[in-house]
Design a protein around this ligand. Structure first.
Ligand SMILES: NC(=O)N[C@@H](CC(=O)O)C(=O)O
Ligand SMILES: [Zn+2]
Ligand SMILES: [Zn+2]
Length: 343
């Protein structure tokens, strides 16, 4: 039996670090295992301009533990008023690595997102020209569309039209949850990729709803039926360069999760690598773990893979079940099985 695995240091291509006390509480958990992360801009207010991204980057750097080796890769939150010149400038400075599209109202802190997609066409044209990728929260928000269908409908109604209108735009479908999305990504030869979260490889909708409601498994896009989870496992463990890790680690205090109307998001930063090693081992794909966590993402973003390596050992890890913050505890995602890989 394999006792250790050595891989290039992983990156996280979709991460919520929040701000202030929460930032200081969660950042060490990502910085321990990941060299770089694409930092989501859905703060309140959102990170819309290059100047705001530069200031947020400073706050992240200031919150890093002594000696940590972690580089935040900043993103801008796309609004109908986003200025193409500001985006191009922030990209040219090396500050931002993507722009994030949230359909208005789709998820946590997305009120300033896009309703009229025609209004963002000039920004998307400029991004295509300069090679700056668009990250999408791929769900429509129409109240008449069933929540379990919102990703598949987004592909037909929003994503495919955007890609036809901007054929050179590089797009990352974030946190995909369906076989439909995996198939759509495979249908493109280039310029399209997807991130997959840790939790969507582990839970299906039964975990949220059967035998009692489990708010800590509620995230967006919501986990789908088992056939979709299995399709994501195939995509993630295949080694296919179009799929890579974006944990979507999205911390909310227990007070905010355990409510009549609780927040969406799973906090997976502390135990993601332990869970992934086990998922890949269970699927007989340990050899493809490095492609998913450390190679495919940088290749799509046009960055070199990390030079340093980490070794994971077959040993029961010591992860906390929750972490403390000044605003209250944040529960760590429970995969529902014992872990036996330590990073
Ligand atoms: N994934 C989630 O359920 N929540 C994210 C937002 C997002 O990525 O959609 C958050 O910011 O809390
Ligand atoms: Zn999202
Ligand atoms: Zn997210």
């Amino acid at each position: 039996m394999t006792q250790s695995i050595t891989i290039r240091r992983p990156d996280d291509w979709h991460l919520h670090l929040r701000d202030g006390d929460m930032l200081r509480a969660v950042l060490p958990h990502s910085a321990r295992d990941f060299a770089r992360a694409i930092i989501m801009p859905n703060l309140v207010p959102p990170v819309v301009t290059g100047a705001q991204a530069a200031a947020y980057r400073e706050r992240i750097m200031a919150a890093l533990p002594e000696g940590a080796d972690f580089t935040p890769l900043m993103t801008l939150y796309l609004t109908e008023d986003t200025d193409p010149d500001d985006v191009a400038r922030a990209h040219a400075e090396g500050l931002i690595h993507a722009v994030k599209l949230y359909p208005a109202g789709a998820t946590t802190n997305s009120a300033s997102g896009v309703s009229n997609f025609d209004k963002v066409a000039p920004v998307l044209d400029r991004m295509a020209e300069i090679g700056l990728p668009l990250c999408t929260h791929g769900e429509v928000t129409d109240s008449e569309i069933d929540i379990f269908d919102r990703e598949a409908v987004f592909i037909d109604r929003v994503l495919d039209p955007i890609r036809r209108a901007h054929p050179n735009l590089r797009v990352i479908m974030e946190h995909i949850t369906t076989a439909d999305a995996a198939d759509y990504v495979r249908s493109a030869d280039s310029g399209l990729a997807a991130t997959i979260t840790t939790h969507h490889l582990v839970i299906n909708r039964n975990h949220i709803l059967a035998g009692g409601i489990r708010p800590h498994y509620y995230c967006l896009p919501v986990a789908k039926r088992e056939t979709h989870r299995l399709a994501l496992r195939v995509a993630a463990t295949s080694g296919d360069a179009r799929f890579f890790l974006g944990t979507d680690s999205a911390p909310h205090t227990d007070g905010a999760k355990l409510q009549p109307c609780g927040c969406a998001g799973c906090f997976t930063a502390p135990n993601t690598l332990s869970i992934l090693a086990q998922v890949f081992e269970d699927d007989g794909a340990l050899d493809n773990l490095e492609a998913f966590t450390s190679l495919n993402g940088p290749a799509f973003y046009g960055l070199p893979p990390n030079e340093t390596r980490i070794t994971m050992r077959r040993e029961a890890p010591q992860h906390p079940s929750s972490i403390d913050t000044p605003d209250g505890p944040v529960t760590v995602f429970d995969p529902g099985f014992d872990l036996h890989w330590t990073s």
